[in-house]
Design a protein around this ligand. Structure first.
Ligand code: PMP
Length: 307
């Protein structure tokens, strides 16, 4: 079945979907985006993504293209037309299209909205999580407002490519002070030898992941001690477990950093337990119109001992 994209009010074949060359997203990276996981036809963590989208738009003074309810209708219609059950939805909103000029265009220029969806292989993702992934570390060369989810992703793309070339799944970005800020497209976590879960506090230095926020809630539900603070690469190498979180990776254990094993180099139980706690809760929080789900989202494995 051919893919369908949404562009400014129209549903178009993916191959014909286009925006103008003078769109400000194209010329100035003057655009924000969100990525939702689609599971069993539902969009996970709907409210969190909508809230962060509103915040990103507000910080950049880009006009909201439509109400949240109208936007959700567009997102679900795109999912429906593509008949995607498990996958990812990409939404991008730019300041709009205007003759090239650094200053913002006048009020008559409205935002450009595009939505695409793609299928993902849930089984392969689960297998990857069961095996764990490697990360490399690389200097964080991004701008000072990483809390805004803009499409200005060149440093992130360079970092991810470096990871790929090193045979790793992700790059952890290192601040000049030697601490890990986050991954190129994920948040970074460790579980210390004292069984304290640690992730960097939300600030302008990182993107406050929606999965990050949901995993914090899941950890609290699972009664795991939790601390928001920065940590170094060496602390991560010395940790009991490490993992990454994002809408696409959910919770994925990290077993090697720069070629060196985290603890014994095996996937730990806490990261996997959090993956299932997160998915179960996210499914509860997903908005699925018309009750299109069939069966449970996840078959939670037998409870593992934590710690
Ligand atoms: N940090 C960065 C730089 C990211 O690109 C992402 C993925 N969008 C995340 C963190 C994780 O955010 P989320 O959990 O909302 O996907």
């Amino acid at each position: 079945m051919s893919r369908i994209a949404y562009v400014n009010g129209a549903f178009l074949p993916h191959s014909d979907a286009a925006i103008h060359i003078e769109d400000r997203g194209n010329q100035f990276a003057d655009a924000v985006y969100e990525v939702w996981a689609i599971r069993a036809g539902g969009l996970l963590d709907t409210e969190g993504h909508l809230k962060r989208l509103g915040r990103s738009l507000g910080e950049l003074r880009i006009r909201k293209p439509m109400t949240d309810a109208a936007l959700m209708a567009v997102l679900y219609e795109t999912v429906r037309r593509n008949r995607v059950r498990d996958g990812l939805l990409y939404l991008q909103v730019s300041r709009g299209c205007a003759p090239r000029d650094h200053c913002f265009p006048g009020e008559h220029v409205g935002p450009t909205v595009i939505v695409t969806v793609k299928r993902t292989n849930t089984r392969a993702a689960n297998e990857k999580a069961e095996k764990g992934v490697s990360v490399i570390t690389i200097p964080d060369i991004r701008w000072g407002r990483r809390d805004i989810k803009t499409v200005s992703l060149l440093p992130n793309a360079l970092a991810k490519q470096a990871a790929k070339e090193a045979g790793a799944a992700e790059a952890w970005l290192i601040d000049p002070d030697g601490t890990v800020t986050e991954g190129s497209s994920s948040n970074a976590w460790i579980l210390t030898k004292e069984n304290t879960l640690v992730t960097r506090a939300a600030s302008q230095s990182i993107l406050n992941g929606i999965t990050r926020q949901a995993v914090i809630a899941a950890a609290q539900g699972d009664r795991i001690t939790f601390e928001e603070r920065a940590f170094t690469r060496d602390e991560a190498l010395d940790a009991r477990e490490a993992f990454i979180t994002s809408a696409s990776a959910h919770v994925t254990p990290v077993i090697r950093i720069d070629g060196q094993p985290v603890a014994d180099g095996e996937v730990g139980p806490v990261a996997l337990a959090l993956r299932w706690s997160y998915l179960a809760a996210a499914h509860q929080n997903s908005a699925v119109p018309h009750k299109r789900q069939a069966g449970p989202l996840v078959a939670r494995p037998a409870k593992r001992r934590i710690g």
